[in-house]
Design a protein around this ligand. Structure first.
Ligand SMILES: *Cc1c(COP(=O)(O)O)cnc(C)c1O
Length: 405
């Protein structure tokens, strides 16, 4: 007899490979629906999620507040262009400005687009105030800023550059957390310093607080624009709304995207009033940027995230303690544990793809950050019990599966 079970995941994987650009190495499952911090695949298999669509779905799946926000605003007005004002955009700008202590907001649709806006703004300020040669941007090695040309040029990882030269000129990369390297790299030509307070794709690497204060002093002394990329580490992920609030250093520009509308596409750049004044009408734009639908959803998400900050701190501390005790037991296998709140990582002495596959088999979704770091970025609603379940399976892997041949 023919088997009755039809593997929808397999069918969809094959169709996908036929019709969709092969730009990702996807896992061979197709996700169909979600609820809370659980996801279900095309065969209705249920997974506990520690990925949140790469730090995007901060309120999990099927969130009633988000669903209602989308429904209500889509009936009212989805898009009207930037020829006119709309209230959801103004409300979102006001709350992000007040939360950050910065002056103004610019909206777009993705992280890379927010980075492009920040690079352009820093350059126009530099060239306007210090002359045409003041266009250089110093960024960090191991950083990640997105896939458009400006963003890959700012990204400090050669694997994202190969095949795409020439890149945007005028960007230097220095070692992260090395103040000497940074001060050697800056000159009269430097208009901006760009960094992630916690590097995400680079392997969950936190900025050193002393280094960050020194960076701020350098920027103040030389009138250099300080840009923080909080596309991954912002919006409550570290237990503060902005990651920079863990370090008490305020940038001139901060960019957000990923979690800002809980899964609805949006990007934002926030800037001080001073730096914002260099973008006059016509200097920058985005057709969809600031549309009332995305902005209304983001406002609702921001309100919810603010109420989750204590929870993120609590679960984040529990996660950190679990990571530390695991690393004490498996001293040979675990090289380092890093991160803050619900953005943490474990660096192993082996590639983590087998561990990720093992966890997936146990109905838990995780991802890597580089070859050897297991990245833990669950929806912010993740609980201590969920973390316990993850650690039981990581321990099982280390005890039973990770035997040397
Ligand atoms: C994801 C990410 C980006 C790029 O965002 P996209 O929305 O994919 O363009 C930029 N910077 C950081 C730190 C990111 O994590």
């Amino acid at each position: 007899m023919e088997p009755l079970f039809i593997d929808n995941n397999l069918n969809l994987s094959e169709l996908g490979k036929k019709y969709v650009f092969n730009t990702y190495n996807r896992f061979p499952i197709s996700l169909k629906y979600g609820n809370g911090n659980y996801l279900f695949d095309a065969n209705d298999k249920k997974y506990l999620d520690f990925v949140s669509g790469i730090a995007v779905n901060c309120l999990g799946y099927n969130n009633t507040k988000i669903n209602e926000a989308i429904t209500q605003q889509s009936v009212q007005l989805m898009h009207c262009s930037n020829l006119y004002w709309n209230e959801p955009m103004i409300n979102l700008a006001k709350s992000l400005v007040e939360l950050s202590g910065l002056g103004k907001a610019f909206f777009c649709n993705s992280g890379a687009e927010a980075i492009e806006a920040a690079l352009k703004l820093a350059r126009i300020k530099g060239t306007t105030t210090k002359g045409q040669d003041c266009y250089e941007i110093v960024a960090m090695k191991q950083s990640f800023h997105g896939r458009t040309f400006g963003a890959i040029s700012a990204t400090g990882q050669p694997k994202y550059h190969e095949g795409f030269y020439p890149l945007l000129p005028g960007i230097k990369h220095v070692d992260f957390n090395d103040i000497e390297a940074l001060s050697n790299a800056i000159s009269d030509k430097t208009c901006a310093i760009l960094l992630e307070p916690i590097q995400g794709e680079g392997g969950i690497i936190e900025v050193n607080p002393e280094y960050l204060s020194q960076v701020k002093m350098l920027c103040d002394k030389h009138n250099i624009t300080l840009i923080f990329d909080e596309i991954q580490c912002g919006v409550g992920r570290t237990g503060k709304f902005f990651a920079f609030q863990n370090f008490d250093v305020k940038p001139d520009i901060v960019v957000l995207a990923k979690g800002l509308a809980g899964g609805f596409p949006i990007g934002a750049m926030l800037g001080s009033d001073e730096v914002a004044s260099y973008f006059t009408p016509g200097k920058h734009a985005s057709t969809f940027g600031g549309n009332p639908l995305a902005c209304h959803v983001a406002s609702i998400v921001v309100g919810e995230v603010l109420q989750l900050l204590n929870h993120v701190n609590e679960v984040g501390n529990y996660l950190k303690n679990e990571l530390l005790s695991l690393s004490q037991i498996y001293k040979d296998e675990i090289l380092d544990v890093r991160g803050i709140g619900l953005m943490q990582g474990i660096e192993f002495n082996f590639p983590v793809n087998n561990l990720i596959a093992f966890l997936m088999d146990k109905n838990i979704l995780t991802l890597s950050a580089g070859e050897r770091v297991l990245r833990i970025v669950p929806p912010l609603i993740c609980t201590v019990v969920d973390v316990e379940r993850l650690f039981i399976e990581i321990r099982n892997f280390l005890v039973y599966e990770n035997k040397q041949p």
